[in-house]
Each structure stands twice: as structure tokens, then as C-alpha cells.
Ligand binder design. Structure first.
Ligand SMILES: O=C(O)c1ccc[n+]([C@@H]2O[C@H](COP(=O)([O-])O)[C@@H](O)[C@H]2O)c1
Ligand SMILES: Cc1cc2nc[nH]c2cc1C
Length: 354
């Protein structure tokens, strides 16, 4: 597994700056005032660099919603009980949840992956089964998982995305999460990677009260003190204070970058995964779009560390891939901007704007 992870990471090359230049040339010669489509143009130029094309198509879209449970939930850090993770997986499979509706709205398929739900999911559920463990261990007492388990989660996430792109022809990937308690490990990850005070990075997750917030801050502080994750070793951080679904989310970003495919990450937890991926393979960032700014307070520090601007700011804090779904429509729009808007020359319009 470690070898396979290394080979995935080694495949990740920077996006193509030559094609980015060609994309900017086309964008600048389109029949509209120069720069008038703002950030859509930046997205379009990045797509040109990713696909090595000025006529990219991203019509086939897929969202992977990665699920896992967390031993730290027993510290009372969430507003909901652990069984909600499996219950929401069932709802995703039924098509009842927010992600189903928003993904359908933008024409994206949803796949639900069990990387570490605490219970055995019934055999007749159409979930993608990649269970590494039945929930992580409590990070306030020791490591969330073994290092080899973190590597396995990374590889499983990467494989799912690479297969979807290479075997099924998807052009654009979104990442989302489901896991009661997972804002706690995500906070521990961003605290480790930024060194900022835990208090400033800890949010309200599913909507916890002040007492639970205090417990959450203490849980993250204890997790860091007990495990001493090595910020210079992203797999160590993931294994000690991460989660199974966070490993899958990080792997999905690696897999997308390895097959030169844009990937849109959702909110706080999916971005924690993306951060791990970009620490492992800095060029992965060339393929990454941060869908939205989550209301979870520590998300700002993650975004700052990545150096990417979120596409939307809708005061959302749901997860599941919901922000990714909405932003996917913008990424698709920017591909159409690049490909379909005619140039002054093509349209015979007088150009005096240079
Ligand atoms: O994606 C986000 O920004 C986000 C912010 C807060 C909560 N969530 C979701 O809520 C759950 C985690 O919250 P908690 O309070 O149980 O740690 C998990 O299922 C996430 O998908 C997601
Ligand atoms: C009901 C519910 C749905 C969710 N979706 C993502 N995280 C969630 C947390 C809860 C509690």
C-alpha cells in the first residue's frame, strides 16, 4: 500500500502553464470587455491548464461522500449521537438528503463510501464498501488509527476517483463527508498544520452549546498533547488525529490530481482532507477548487494555508458534499465560458478594448 501511495503521489504533475497561457489568450479575445467574467476566467484558465485544452468539457460530474465514525464522539463533542452517521448513509442511498437534491440539481452523480462507519451496514445497502475499521479510536487517548490504515484510506480514496475518471469517463470530482464527531479531528488537523491556538480554530460543528464547545476544545488540546502529530509528516497527522473518511477525502484529491482531473472539495472536513493531500503532493493544489467558505470557524485557517479562495460564501455548515455540488455548477460554467464564448475574430465584432 505504501508503495502504491508513493506511485500515486509521484504521478502528480503541475498543471500545464503553457495551456494556461493559451486559455488566457482565448479568454482575453472573447466578445466581452476584458476581465469582465472575473473569477470565472481564473477558473477557466486553470481548467485549460488541467485539461491541456481551450475547449474542455466537464459535463460528467461525480461526488464522493465519504463516511466514517470517530471514537472521540464519546467525549460529548457533537450535538448528535454516533448512530446518525449510518442513518444518514441510508438516507443518501435512498436519495432523501441535502446532497442528493443539490447534486441532482447540478447533474452530478453521488457515490457513498463507507470507510469507517462504526456499525456493520446491511448487505442490501448499495454503499461502496471500503471499511478500514469500525470507527476510529478516541484521539484524546491515543492515535485515531494505525499508520497503515491511514495509507489504506488514502489509496482507497485515490483508486475510487482514478477508476471513475479512467474507466467511466467522469471529468469533474466533488468530495464530501459524513461522520458524527468529525469536526473534532478536522480541528486537530488544522491546529497541527497551522500551529494556531485550538480555541481560535474550534467551531460549533452540528450546533453544540457552550459546554460541549469547551469539551471539544479540551479534546483537541488533549489529542495534540497525547499524540504529538508530526506536522512535517501528513500521514502521521492523519493517522494520529484524523479519521477514516478524512483519509478517503485526502486520497480522492490525490487520485484526481494523478489523473489530471479537477476536484472540488466541500467544507471543513473535506478541506482538512484536501490539506493533507496538498501536504503530501503540493502540485495537487493545481487541480483543487475550494467550493465554499464553511461557517465552521477554523475553515478560514485551512483556506489560508492552502492559499486558495473559496468560490462561494453561503453561510453553510452541512458537509455531505453540498457546497461541492453547488460549486461544481460554477466550474462547469467556467469550462463553457472558455470553450463556447466566441472571440471577436470568430464573431466579426469590432475590438477596441486592447
Ligand atoms: O462541512 C462542513 O463545513 C461542516 C461543518 C459542520 C458540520 N458538518 C457535518 O456535521 C458532522 C460533524 O459535526 P460534529 O459536530 O458531529 O463534529 C459531519 O457529518 C459533517 O458532515 C460539516
Ligand atoms: C442530521 C445530520 C445530517 C448531516 N449531514 C452531514 N452531517 C450531518 C449531521 C447530522 C446530525
Amino acid at each position: 500500500m505504501e508503495k502504491e501511495l508513493q506511485s500515486i503521489v509521484a504521478r502528480i504533475e503541475p498543471a500545464d502553464s503553457h495551456w494556461e497561457k493559451l486559455a488566457w489568450e482565448r479568454l482575453r479575445s472573447q466578445i466581452r470587455p476584458r476581465g469582465s467574467l472575473g473569477r470565472l476566467e481564473e477558473m477557466a484558465a486553470r481548467l485549460g491548464a488541467i485539461f491541456r485544452s481551450v475547449s474542455p468539457s466537464v459535463s460528467r460530474k461525480i461526488i464522493f461522500t465519504m463516511a466514517g465514525d470517530h471514537g472521540v464522539a464519546e467525549e460529548g463533542v457533537s450535538a448528535y449521537p454516533q448512530e446518525v452517521t449510518a442513518q444518514m448513509v441510508f438516507s443518501f442511498l435512498k436519495g432523501w438528503a441535502s446532497i442528493n437534491i443539490l447534486a441532482d440539481h447540478v447533474g452530478a452523480e453521488v457515490r457513498v463510501v463507507d470507510l469507517g462507519v462504526a456499525s456493520d451496514l446491511p448487505e442490501d445497502w448499495a454503499v461502496i464498501r471500503r471499511k478500514i475499521g469500525k470507527g476510529t479510536r478516541n484521539i484524546t487517548k491515543g492515535p485515531a488509527m494505525e499508520r497503515h490504515e491511514a495509507v489504506r484510506g488514502l489509496v482507497e480514496g485515490a483508486r475510487l476517483v482514478m477508476d471513475a475518471v479512467q474507466d467511466e469517463g467522469f471529468h469533474l470530482v466533488g468530495t464530501g463527508d459524513m461522520g458524527i464527531g468529525n469536526t473534532t479531528p478536522s480541528t486537530a488537523i488544522v491546529a497541527t498544520l497551522t500551529g494556531k491556538p485550538v480555541k481560535d480554530l474550534t467551531g460549533r460543528g452540528t450546533g453544540i452549546d457552550d459546554a460541549a464547545w469547551n469539551r471539544k476544545v479540551r479534546a483537541v488540546e488533549r489529542a495534540l498533547a497525547v499524540n504529538r502529530p508530526n506536522a512535517a509528516d501528513p500521514v502521521d497527522v492523519l493517522a494520529k488525529v484524523g479519521g477514516y473518511e478524512i483519509a478517503g477525502l485526502a486520497g480522492a484529491v490525490l487520485g484526481a490530481a494523478a489523473v489530471r482531473t479537477p476536484v472540488v472539495c466541500d467544507g471543513f472536513i473535506a478541506t482538512a482532507g484536501a490539506l493533507i493531500a496538498c501536504q503530501l503532493a503540493p502540485f495537487a493544489k493545481d487541480y483543487l477548487f475550494v467550493s465554499h467558505r464553511s461557517q465552521e470557524v477554523g475553515h478560514g485557517a485551512m483556506i489560508e494555508l492552502l492559499g486558495l479562495s473559496p468560490l462561494l460564501d453561503l453561510s453553510m455548515r452541512l458537509g455531505e458534499g453540498t457546497g461541492a455540488a453547488l460549486a461544481i455548477s460554477l466550474v462547469e460554467a467556467s469550462a463553457r465560458v472558455l470553450r463556447d464564448i466566441k472571440t471577436f475574430e470568430e464573431a466579426g465584432v469590432t475590438d477596441t478594448g486592447r
